[in-house]
Design a protein around this ligand. Structure first.
Ligand code: DON
Length: 583
């Protein structure tokens, strides 16, 4: 593939260099996890933080062969589709936020869309009740995928290497295989229970018919073939050609709604990111159809009026303020936010200083009931899977991408002959006003299902600038908890002066308006803090670890990459970068 105008002309190294890097990676990938997965790393040449060491290695290899952060982000995205199949994808969607060294900021929305045949009551029975599982599993749960269009758009705008070169590492990982680590092995183990209904999942099993174990090699020939088609023909192959035909055939087999028209019509979109400020820093984040940036900035705008850095409030006092800010911002999420191409949203008002002051003034020493901000509903809180990666190159370009199939392994539907999973993103719509989705989130008309509409997301790829230079590149998976995870890391670094490692490791507390509960990570918050919060009237619920943040902090040209110790991610710095124009 080639584009009209190359953005940068430079002499590229041969494939030898990237091959050597990948061979080194393969050697590393047979080492024990602790030795090969730096949770944090430093470099001034470039940094890649992802949820998976094999994908990190691909991003680093692209940087080292002279690609920029956008090239690395595209290659890493495809690599995650091979090596992190629970969330990395070509059958899902996501958002890319980037800031180029020139100061140009761009945001690519490659969120899935409801198929044209979708309707507001498609998940309701004749009595108007939500049919359990229909929006979360199987063919009807699938939205029209956006990832291939989005990554291609990024490459067309700012890529400097050839498109095929960016896919080459993932084709190799699919065809030649990669070594499974303990995280992937245990998540495949959990997937097993779905294989009778969704036999395509058996592609993840070993030759003996049982789930793969750590140190096994996962080879995915069908996925390799599909990636080769994308390398050769770009999105045309996925949205119009052979892959599109395979998706439509798969949908017809299982009563799914996605047609050839849906695929032909899909476009990734450039949107204006939301930009705000927090204690002198510029915060750039995801606009609708993500709620991420709006809710994040609402929380930060409220907090900015409190003296957090110098206060003697103690941990519980700060937590109380964060919880109350979150309660208010998430209530606005449910009421107002959705796809900007379908609804009007009062974004100016939600992000105004006056509105933040009003909300701040309503916060006292005690918890208020969420129901006083709207109608009370509570909901379940289930498993989560998405993935975020952050990339910085040595030239000052930074990229934050959050991408997902929604829950782990999406709809569990593997496209026959194509070897990739389809998303279950339709569950991010509000199937019925007030009825919670898998993240316990409720919504109403703003996020109701309509043909061709994008479902509301919480994904929050974010860039924070200090003195007009990137300071933080960050994001996380975690469904509804994504936004509070990002807010906490920003507050930890800017207000509480934590190192990036401390800020990421720090225990997480989350409130999302409904259900009216404060979730805290088991074993991470002091008893005295929890008791103090309870005495203020908060209802506390212990839960499993929250999020899997991937953060890069840049100070005086040194990049510190931090992968969340909660899961198995890896941050790695680039070492010997081949400079543009130098052989
Ligand atoms: O777009 C969203 O907000 C969700 N589909 C994200 C899912 C997610 O983060 C699950 N992750 N752990």
């Amino acid at each position: 593939m080639s584009r009209g105008e190359p953005m940068n002309i430079h002499i590229r190294p041969s494939f030898t260099q990237v091959t050597i890097t990948l061979i080194i990676t393969m050697i590393f990938s047979s080492m024990p996890l602790a030795a090969r997965d730096p949770v944090s790393d430093r470099s001034s040449e470039g940094m890649v933080s992802t949820a998976c060491s094999a994908a990190t290695a691909v991003g680093v290899a692209i940087l080292e062969m002279g690609g920029n952060a956008v090239d690395a982000a595209v290659a890493t995205g495809f690599a995650l589709a091979v090596t992190f199949p629970s969330a990395g994808n070509i059958g899902g969607g996501g958002f890319m936020l980037a800031r180029m060294d020139s100061g140009t900021v761009f945001f690519i929305d490659f969120r899935e869309k409801a198929p044209l045949a979708a309707s507001g009551n498609m998940y309701l029975d004749l009595t108007g009740e939500v049919i359990e599982g229909m929006s979360t599993i199987g063919h009807r749960a699938c939205g029209v995928p956006g990832t291939v269009a989005g990554l291609y758009m990024a490459w067309e705008m700012y890529g400097t290497l050839e498109w095929e070169e960016l896919l080459e590492p993932s084709i190799r990982l699919a065809e030649q295989g990669f070594t499974i680590d303990s995280h992937l092995a245990s998540s495949l183990q959990k997937l097993m229970k779905y294989d009778t209904g969704y036999p395509g999942l058996r592609k993840f099993y070993g030759e003996n018919g049982s789930p793969m174990a750590p140190e096994d090699t996962m080879v995915q020939p069908e996925l390799g073939r599909v990636l080769k088609m994308i390398a050769r023909d770009g999105p045309e192959a996925f949205y119009r050609g052979t892959i599109a035909e395979m998706i439509v055939r798969e949908m017809e087999k299982g009563g799914g709604l996605i047609t050839m028209d849906d695929l032909n019509d899909y476009r990734s979109l450039l949107r204006e990111p939301v930009i705000g400020s927090y204690r002198g820093h510029t915060v750039i984040s995801a606009p609708p159809p993500s709620s991420g940036g709006i809710v994040l900035l609402e929380i930060l705008n409220i907090l900015e009026g409190f003296d957090i850095p110098g206060s003697d409030r103690g941990r519980a006092g700060v937590e109380h303020l964060m919880i109350e800010a979150e309660r208010r911002a998430y209530s606005d999420r449910a009421l107002f936010l959705g796809d900007p191409d379908f609804i009007e949203m009062p974004l100016g008002r939600l992000l105004s200083r006056e509105y933040a002051t009003r909300l701040r003034n309503s916060i006292g020493e005690k918890a208020i009931a969420s129901s006083s901000l709207g109608e009370a509903l509570s909901g379940p809180y289930e498993s989560e899977e998405t993935t975020h990666y952050s990339i910085a190159d040595g030239e000052g370009n930074v990229v934050a991408v959050t991408t997902t199939l929604n829950s782990a392994y999406g709809s569990k539907v593997v496209v026959e002959g194509a070897g990739f999973l389809m998303n279950n993103e339709m569950d991010d719509f509000s199937s019925k006003p007030g009825v919670p989705n898998i993240y316990g989130l409720v919504g109403g008309k703003a996020n109701a299902i309509e043909p061709g509409k994008r479902m509301l997301s919480s994904m929050t790829p974010t860039i924070v600038l200090r003195d007009d230079k990137p300071l933080l590149v960050l994001g996380s998976p975690g469904g509804s908890t994504i936004i509070t995870t990002v807010a906490r890391i920003i507050v930890n670094i800017i207000d509480l002066c934590m190192s990036p490692q401390e800020a990421v490791s720090d225990g997480r507390i989350h409130h999302q308006w409904m259900p009216d509960k404060v979730y805290f990570e088991k074993g991470t918050i002091k008893k005295s803090t929890l008791e103090d919060l309870e005495s203020r009237g908060h209802i506390l619920v212990e839960r499993s670890p929250i999020g899997d943040a991937q953060v890069i902090m840049i100070q005086e040209n040194e990049m510190c990459g931090v992968s969340d110790p909660r899961r198995g991610g890896s941050s790695r710095g680039a070492r010997k970068v081949v400079r543009k124009g130098v052989e």
